[in-house]
Ligand binder design. Sequence first.
Ligand SMILES: *Cc1c(COP(=O)(O)O)cnc(C)c1O
Length: 617
Amino acid sequence: MIKAAVILAAGKGSRMMERTKDRPKGSLAVDEKPIIEHSIAKLLACGIEKIVIGTGYKHDWYEQLAARYPQIRCVYNPHYPESGSMYTLLMLKDHIQEDFLLLESDLLYEKNALCVLLEQDRADVILAGSFSRSGDEVFIETDDSHHLVNLSKDREKLRRLDAELVGISKLSLSTYRKLCRYAEAILPANLGLDYEYALVGIAREVELYVQKLSDLAWCEVDDEDHWTRAVEVIYPIIKAREAIPAPVQRNILLNPGPATTTDTVKYAQVVPDICPREEAFGEVMTYLAAELTRFVADPAEYATVLFGGSGTAAVEAMISSAVGEGMLLIVNNGAYGMRMCRIADIYGLSYVAYNSPADDAIDLAALETFIQSSLQPIRYLAIVHSETTTGLLNDIGAVGEICRRHGIVMLVDAISSYAAIPIDMKAMHIHYLAASANKNLQGMAGVSFVIARRDQMEASRLIKPRNLYLHLYDQYQYFAKTSQMRFTPPVQTLYALKQAILETKWEGIEARYRRYCDAWETLIAGITRLGLTHLVPIQHHSKLITAIREPSVEGYNFQEMHDYFYRRGFTIYPGKLEGQHTFRVANIGAITHRDMERFLGLLEQYLQEIRLKNPPA
Ligand SMILES: *Cc1c(COP(=O)(O)O)cnc(C)c1O
């Protein structure tokens, strides 16, 4: 049982001197508490009884801290300006008589990081996370048994990249002594040596196991960018995770949204009752609107307008509010393109549908010719980005370019692509874009939104309103003035959306798409192995949802297959394309390729079972 911890806190924090000119980095407060005290509270909660802090820069501050904690001893390194963290660690020799946890003072991390190290049977363990892209990472190279081989801030110097150093380790007393002997032999010539490189120095002698936690919420604060990210993204995630009362049964939704959510998003809805007209709630919505915009555009030029309602509400708001006099062209290559035609019909808009095959890319030259030869000039063009009917991904960048050439206002239904496939509204020449909370954002159903160019929305006030609730300009105007929605918003759903946005920022949209693509590739390899085929060619595939041709097995029935999966915690979706017998599997939400592997295992079992029940005659 580990009872001791060592915190290395001598460094000066010279890359954030504005904040650290009169105090050490560990004293910087997050949520009104110094970051080192967040760490101390977690250590004590995990049964640590003795904490030694190696101090240097502004050591008085730590001594005052120690006066409040009987468990803390401070040891001062007077050579801190010239020495690295290994020298500080060496100075603690007289105080370290047992196995211990070793931490850096400028870390924010979730408690699970400590639990994992403490529960590990191995004596020497180095904690690693997945890549934080902080710009200051220490990368780790390990051998095939996950033992430390090398570390570097320069990825080129490593033969392979396995993980990123977090800055929390568990060391046995004997390893610590080896580390000291190693350091003493090369000091003082290497006074600036940091402890992690000393670990590399003994890695041939001692097995230092690298424990990777790819989902760990943590960060180090070395500069202003880290600090902003720590306060705005990482800390709120840590706090939400640690507040989870109990895990919720995890169902894997392979339908195209609502998608599987994290427990932190689920629990974010449990908040004190609040009237949405209060200023505090206005601040929440203002944050949501700005961040939702920022994922795809600059909030100075574009704005997000929120609506209570499913994704179709946003599409309907966009089409009914943005299209004025002049012809609308709707690209129709699936059920969602068709839905936009339905909306245009109902509102009596002048529109023409441009029909394109549901299982192949749009012929861009033909589309442009169609636009050029239209008797009435095309003023607006509406298109679905990722056609959920089939998984076909429309090239909105190229279509945007056509719109730019012909002075056409472009409207995009990006409900199934937003927050997974990177979109740049300005570069893609998109004026209006509709999306919703419950697909790749991994939030709850009930909120959707339109993101639009502010000047375009201002201009749209001249269009005679066609509806009340879904009127984009009125909603935009009212929100800009009051930070309120005109009508009652889904309050709790918006709190969940806030958490979902944080988690999206934390993961990053590109990394999220990579995770989805991993799951998709697993799916495609799996169905191919089982002899099934999919409709849309890979080069035009969204890799978010796949229409799979139904198995030609006697006794197959979609509803029975659905129920088979449902009973086992997986939800699949029927096909939607006329004349084609397909079912659909989405790979979005808080899932990974491992969930997809479990799904494929069940699919194989199901197909075997119906084959056994229906032997060929
Ligand atoms: C999900 C989705 C919608 C909206 O559907 P709702 O059921 O109203 O949420 C619209 N367009 C596309 C492409 C979609 O995938």
